[in-house]
Design a protein around this ligand. Structure first.
Ligand code: PLZ
Length: 451
């Protein structure tokens, strides 16, 4: 059997040459070989967006088995914010792996879990007393946030928004808006989930106050505050297309929740940890959520997620009511502590702000020449362009698909998003350098010009 496994000598991390380098077509022969094996061994429901076999990654590049070096504008969907194979993360993982790999925290406790909890209690918005519980995936964090909010309020209804994405488990599929590809045929879905309109300035033209009034009226008329346990919202929607609500929308919803005994849950799985040019996206509008869910960027690529919230809410489940075999695994916690150290001490919040400037400059200049770029939006290193038919304003998912294909064929990983599939999103590692970032976005725009 042939194999494209990593040679033992392969080292990723920031020491990799920071360059876009194409030595074969994409996919090259070794990548094609892996994808053929994948087709025979892995179900087709598990897709692969960029047809490469990865052997190393670091800084702003991903290197494939054929020797191509691709500019990474995706970070594995906003995960490797500190950079892939970050040296501090790699060293912490290695050290923890030779000390102990697992106890199950609910069987026998260890320092790393508590230290991650302390760090999140300190870093998330608000100076009230907090508690943090750790899990494995973003979806699992969201599920637990819902469990805790229901237990605390004694109510059941969960309010979510148009274009929302919260995961692929049964409850989180119900919370997620988009049918294809996330939900189709996978029901029945969990009950007591109610969807209300989001603030989406490019589409609805409403102010934050108007959009909040629309959503609140719908909750009060169709659900009832006496039934509503929680409002769950991404402060900037991720999979939904980097939808930044109009200013004032989030504070108005949070304030309404506060006065109605409704738990306000911010899903910061994609927006958390410096990604948007603040440690958490809720900070941009001074919102202090009752509960924050985090994952992705938290641990530099290891699976870890968290629910952080007001102590009185978090402590409402009975002893033993919250748990799981792997939640807060010691290796993932060691990685998180190294990643959090980098977020706090390596200027990554400021770096995300600089990336915003570079991306907005490039995309807004392109938008002036090209009416197919209907909207450019986002914050920090979470920036997107929404593509439309200039005549009708209709979404153009076909064009979007051609652009990201052009990009990877020319050595740049770019991702799509959006309810209408017409958004190209930029989520570079915060470890990317400016030259590579400018080159990468340039290739994407070249794709737009030729598509
Ligand atoms: N909440 C806000 O963005 C994950 C999904 C990719 P998990 N987004 C990427 C895909 O196609 O599956 C996400 C998110 C927000 C929750 C989640 C779920 O996080 O770690 O994928 O479970």
């Amino acid at each position: 059997m042939t194999s494209t496994a990593v040679p033992a000598t392969t080292t990723g991390g920031p020491g990799l040459p920071q360059e876009r380098r194409l030595v074969t077509a994409i996919p090259g022969p070794r990548s094609q070989e892996l994808l053929a094996r994948k087709a025979a061994a892995v179900p087709s429901g598990v897709g692969v967006a960029v047809p490469v076999a990865v052997v190393a990654a670091g800084g702003g590049v991903v290197v494939d088995a054929d020797g191509n070096s691709l500019v990474d504008l995706g970070s594995g969907i906003a995960v490797t914010s500190v950079g892939n194979a970050h040296p501090g993360v790699a060293a912490a993982v290695a050290a923890q792996a030779v000390a102990f790999t697992h106890t199950c925290f609910t069987i026998a406790a260890y320092d790393g879990y508590v230290e991650v909890a302390e760090a999140l209690n300190r870093l998330t918005p608000g100076d009230h007393e907090k508690r943090t519980a750790l899990f494995n995936s973003g979806a699992e964090a969201v599920e637990n946030a819902v469990k805790i909010a229901r237990k605390h309020t004694g109510k059941q209804a969960i309010v979510v928004f148009d274009h929302a994405y919260h995961g692929r488990t049964n409850l989180t599929m119900a919370l997620t808006a988009k049918n294809q590809p996330y939900k189709s045929g996978f029901g029945p879905f969990a009950p007591e989930v109610y969807r209300v309109p989001m603030s989406y300035p490019f589409h609805d033209g409403l102010s934050g106050t108007e959009a909040a009034a629309r959503a609140i009226s719908q909750i009060e008329k169709q659900v009832g505050v006496e039934n509503t346990a929680a409002v769950l919202i991404e402060p900037i929607q991720g999979e939904g297309g980097f939808v930044v609500p109009a200013s004032g929308f989030l504070p108005a919803i949070a304030e309404w929740a506060r006065t109605n005994d409704v738990v306000f849950i911010a899903d910061e799985v994609q927006t958390g940890f410096a990604r948007t040019g603040a440690m958490f996206a809720s900070e941009h509008e001074g919102v202090v959520p009752d509960i924050v869910t985090t994952a992705k960027g938290i641990a530099g690529g290891l699976p870890l997620s968290a629910v952080t919230g007001r102590a009185e809410i978090m402590d409402s489940p009975h002893a033993g009511g919250i748990g799981g075999t792997y939640g807060g695994n010691p290796i993932a916690c060691a990685a998180a502590l190294a990643a959090i150290d980098a977020f706090e001490h390596d200027g990554l919040v400021e770096r995300a702000q600089q990336i915003e400037t570079v991306l907005f400059d490039a995309l807004r200049t392109a938008q002036e020449q090209d009416p197919r770029i209907g909207d450019v939006r986002g914050r920090g290193a979470m920036i997107a362009m929404e593509l439309v038919d200039p005549e009708t304003g209709a979404p153009d998912p076909g064009l979007t698909g051609r652009i990201v294909r052009y990009a990877y064929e020319h050595g740049v990983i770019a991702l799509t998003a959006g309810t209408y599939g017409n958004v190209v999103r930029f989520l570079p590692p915060l470890a990317i350098d400016d030259a590579l970032l400018v080159e990468g976005v340039g290739i994407v725009l070249e794709g737009l010009a030729t598509a």
